[in-house]
Design a protein around this ligand. Structure first.
Ligand code: NDP
Length: 246
């Protein structure tokens, strides 16, 4: 397991370096030259599904999957991934967007790998009995996760509601954390997985939180630069992903 987790840290560094130079070509950054494409909704379901299905399989075949603390951690994980895989794609406005198969394939590999290290950690390596439910690391970690989840869901909803049915363009999002940063949805996602790493007190969780930042911070920087280029009145004080800092 040690080497698998080290691999995820390596994956995070590689992702950070590559996405600082090449922005993943989906959404507003979609462009030609990335091979065949799939409808965006289908792409989301396919690429996120290992985080539900592979995670459940790796977890169920672990050595102590019936521990109460482990089951509580599964509930936390699934609260995010059931929504992301089977609800979020259907909330997106239908705009005819497509996503390259290569991006879907990369995300599928990543999600399977990540499901493996996190599920195996909580079902086989770590020990989370009933007492874990009263441990401050679990309680504070879950509270941080819930805060990140609320920020992520709220921010995604604001973006989706910017378009009326049939619209395809972009508008400046406003209100709440949008007054401080361009991508509160990415910030919320990062906060969630920081909470997860504390609640599971695991290097697998830390590796995932770090990967999330390595993947989303450069993308937030690209979104931020894109807004500033497209909208002359884009609020000058907003940062990209971390309020007041970055
Ligand atoms: P975006 O913020 O780029 O887009 C989300 C949706 O909102 C898209 O449908 C997009 O349309 C639409 N949208 C965005 N901005 C505007 C705007 N200004 N005006 C109108 N519509 C807008 O997010 P992503 O698609 O990159 O990510 C979606 C979710 O997935 C987020 O919650 C993110 O945290 C999560 N995610 C997590 C990752 C991880 O590493 N854990 C990796 C990637 C995403 P369009 O597609 O046309 O741009």
């Amino acid at each position: 397991m040690k080497y698998w987790i080290l691999g995820m840290f390596g994956f995070a560094v590689a992702t950070w370096v590559s996405t600082m130079f090449v922005t993943a070509p989906y959404g507003r950054h979609e462009r030609k030259g990335w091979g065949p494409k799939l409808p965006s909704r289908l792409g989301w379901v396919l690429m996120e599904s290992p985080a539900v299905i592979a995670f459940a399989a790796f977890y169920a075949t672990g050595t102590h999957p019936l521990d109460v603390g482990s089951l509580a951690l599964v509930a936390v994980w699934m609260a995010h991934y059931l929504q992301r895989t089977f609800v979020f794609p259907f909330l997106l406005r239908e705009t005819g967007r497509e996503i390259p198969v290569s991006i879907v394939a990369l995300a599928l590999v990543f999600n399977t790998y990540n499901a493996f290290i996190n599920a195996r950690w909580i079902a086989s390596v770590g020990h989370y009995g009933v007492a874990w439910l009263y441990d401050p690391r679990f309680i504070v970690g879950v509270a941080i996760f819930v805060a990140g989840y609320a920020i992520n869901r709220w921010s995604d909803r604001v973006l989706i509601n910017l378009r009326a049915p049939g619209e395809t363009g972009y508008k400046i999002p406003r209100g709440g954390l949008y007054e401080k940063i361009t991508c509160p949805n990415y910030f919320g996602e990062f906060v969630e997985w920081c909470g997860w790493s504390l609640a599971s007190w695991s290097p697998a969780g830390i590796a995932f939180a770090l990967y999330t930042f390595a993947n989303l911070a450069p993308r937030a920087r690209s979104h931020h630069a894109w807004y500033r280029e497209k909208f002359a009145d884009y609020p000058a004080k907003r940062k990209a992903i971390i309020p007041w800092l970055f």
